[in-house]
Write a protein that binds this ligand. Structure first.
Ligand code: 5AD
Ligand code: FES
Length: 357
């Protein structure tokens, strides 16, 4: 690490800001020593806001049916080999009940853009979960929808929405998505979610095809200006039945580096150590926590469907043993010296209309 690199890191810690060119230089100039210093500062920043707490969110993968055709994604429309399923309302509510019994107080409903889940149907499911479990937060991760749809879901009780921006570089976005999807629409969705009052999560894959230090610098500058309450990043992992089958996977090392950088940009952000990170490295999620992450999302989906929600190859927690996801993660997190908690864990600085309610 040279003086320039160290100066950038120290300034990032103090000001929570670098220019786009500086973010690119920080990434390009990184080495093990820079990563270690960043991780130490990131953990200190997190400790000030969150102490030694790591939050859990129960992930329910409600549908592997998707009308979209993202080039990287295993459940894209054109993948004729994908196994499609859709959970019924009853199955989803049963997952939430089971999760509640296990201690979860946030449920994340995630799925492909499945036209079956109209506003009426999804609102009914959200309000049923909120009625049965009023002390829980409901997070949706159901892709791009209209403003009216986002509003209806919010009124039905959804508290948070995850919609990764995927890349903040419009030209890069075009290379990862089919022509019918647009960067502008993605950004519109994120702005609308924010306006409506959701706690909003954006994010991106590390090492997606055509990504450069410059596009990553744009991601970081976007995160700095958008100030999401949550931010999901994980390595890109090729899926064998997609156009990107032959591409290289992203790197665990760069993912960990960026987790630390994002923690320093936004000390209060809820930052998951993702399943993709745990897929590329058996100790990936623990390493993510030690780099500055503070959320884990054990899978609550019925074991029978888990293998079918295959966004990328070799996804972990899909076998018979996966019913014990929570216990497994608990042991893993404890070994890092942090404390896994089950409460809602709203974004600390959140000032939306329904914060904490
Ligand atoms: N590798 C890693 N992450 C992926 N996602 C989709 N496909 C892949 C892949 N092949 C991520 C996207 C999406 C989120 C739900 O999963 O960033 O937003
Ligand atoms: Fe389903 Fe991208 S393939 S949203």
């Amino acid at each position: 690490m040279d003086n320039r690199e160290e100066e950038l890191i120290r300034r990032l810690e103090r000001k929570h800001h670098l220019t786009e060119a500086e973010y690119a230089a920080l990434i390009r100039g990184r080495d093990a020593e820079a990563a270690a210093i960043l991780a130490e500062l990131a953990c200190a920043a997190r400790k000030t806001v969150f102490g030694d707490t790591v939050y859990t969110r129960g992930l329910i993968e409600i549908s592997s049916i998707c009308r979209n055709n993202c080039l990287y994604c295993g459940i894209r429309r054109d993948n004729g080999n994908a196994q499609r399923y859709r959970l019924t309302r009853e199955e989803i509510l049963a997952c939430a009940d089971e999760g509640y019994g296990l201690g979860f107080r946030t449920f994340v409903l995630q799925g492909g853009e499945d036209p079956y889940f109209t506003d009426d149907i999804l609102c009914g499911i959200v309000s049923a979960i909120k009625e049965t479990h009023p002390d829980c937060a409901v997070t949706l991760s159901m892709g791009e929808r209209s403003r009216d749809s986002y509003r209806a879901l919010y009124e039905a009780g959804a508290d948070r929405y995850l919609l990764r921006h995927e890349t903040a570089d419009a030209a890069h976005y075009t290379r990862l998505h089919p022509a019918e999807m647009s960067f502008e629409n993605r950004m519109r969705c994120l702005e609308e979610l924010r306006e409506i009052g959701y706690q909003v999560g954006c994010g991106f894959m590390v090492g997606s095809p055509f990504q450069t230090e410059e596009t990553l610098a744009k991601d970081l500058a976007f995160i700095e200006s958008f100030r999401p309450e949550m931010c999901g990043i994980g390595p890109f992992i090729p899926h064998h039945d997609t156009p990107f089958a032959g591409e290289e996977a992203g790197s665990v090392e760069l993912t960990l580096f960026l987790l630390s950088v994002i923690r320093l940009i936004l000390p209060e952000v809820l930052l998951p150590a993702t399943t993709a990170l745990g897929t590329l490295d058996p100790a990936g999620r623990e390493k993510g926590i030690l780099a500055g992450a503070n959320v884990v999302m054990p899978n609550l989906s019925p074991v029978a469907v888990r293998k079918k929600y295959e966004l990328y190859d070799n996804k972990i927690c899909t076998g018979e043993e996966s019913a014990q996801c929570l216990g497994c993660l608990q042991a893993r997190v404890q070994r890092t010296g942090y404390r896994l908690v089950s409460d809602r864990g709203d974004a600390p600085g959140f000032s939306g209309r329904r914060s904490g309610g």
